[in-house]
Design a protein around this ligand. Sequence first.
Ligand SMILES: NC(=O)c1ccc[n+]([C@@H]2O[C@H](COP(=O)([O-])OP(=O)(O)OC[C@H]3O[C@@H](n4cnc5c(N)ncnc54)[C@H](O)[C@@H]3O)[C@@H](O)[C@H]2O)c1
Length: 263
Amino acid sequence: MDLNLKNKIVVITGAAGIRGSIGETMLRQLVEEGAIPAIIDRNARGFEYVKEIQDQGVDAIFCQTNLADPIQIENAIKTIATKYGRIDVVINNVGVNDGAGLDASYEEFMESLKLNLVSYFMIVKHAVPYLKESKGNILNIGSKVALTGQGGTSGYAAAKGGVLGLTREWAVDLIQYSIRVNAIIIAESWTPAYDNWIKTLENGEAKLKAIVEKIPLENRMTTPVEIANTSLFTISNLSSHTTGQFIFCDGGYVHLDRSLLSQ
Ligand SMILES: NC(=O)c1ccc[n+]([C@@H]2O[C@H](COP(=O)([O-])OP(=O)(O)OC[C@H]3O[C@@H](n4cnc5c(N)ncnc54)[C@H](O)[C@@H]3O)[C@@H](O)[C@H]2O)c1
C-alpha cells in the first residue's frame, strides 16, 4: 500500500534508541516509504542512523538535542526548517518511564514532566507555523499508564495523561488549518527498554509471564513493527479524516473484559 509519504519531512523525537525500539522501528519504516526523517534525540546513535539512511539514497537529518531543554528544542526545529523549508508531520515519541513516584522530589517530578510532556508542547509550538503551511499532522505516542495507572511512576503517568489532553486540545486548536492530531496508545510492547526493565526485577520472568497472559489478543506483546504500521497509517493521507483520536494498538489490553478472556 502506498502511504504517499514520499519526500514528506517527518520530525520524530526519541528515534535514536537502540535497534528494535519503537522510535527506531518507525524510523526504518519511514525510510522504506521514502519519507525524509528529521530525528531529534540526545543519543549520538542518531548520526550513525542518518549515515545508514543516506547510504540507502534517502535524505535525513539528526539534531542531537536534550529534549528536556526548551532552547535546544527550538534550535532543533529551526535547523530542520532551515534545511528543508517545510515540516509535514511531527511524531512525538520520546518517553521514559522513569519511576518518579510519590516519594520523588519536586525536582525529580518536574524533570519527568519536562521530558515526557513539556517536550511534546515545545516541539509542536515551534513546528506549528510549518504544519499550517503544509496542512500536516501530529502524532503523539501515549501509554496505557495514563488510563490504568501503574504505581510508582507519578511523573510519567501525569505526563502521558497530559499527552492525551493535548491531543484533543490541539485537534480542536488546529482543525481550522486542516491539521490532524492523534495519539497512539501502547500497552505492552517488547522493546529493548522493556527488556531492561524486566531484567531489573527480582522475579522478572514470572512478572513477564503474568503480563503476557493478560494480553487478550494471542497472549503476546505488541511488536514495535505493529505500532509503527499503525502509526504510519495514521500520519498518512489514508487516515485523512481521523483527528483527535486515541488509537489503541494494544491487543485489547485496556478495554476487553478479562473475566471472559480467562475462560
Ligand atoms: N514499550 C512499551 O511497552 C511502551 C508502553 C507504553 C508507551 N510506550 C511509549 O513508547 C515510546 C517509545 O518507547 P521505547 O520503549 O521505544 O523507548 P526507548 O527508551 O527505547 O527510547 C527512548 C528514546 O528517547 C531518547 N531520550 C531519552 N531521554 C532523552 C532526552 N532527555 N533528550 C532526548 N532524547 C532522550 C533516548 O535516547 C531514546 O532514543 C515512549 O513514548 C514510551 O513512553 C512504550
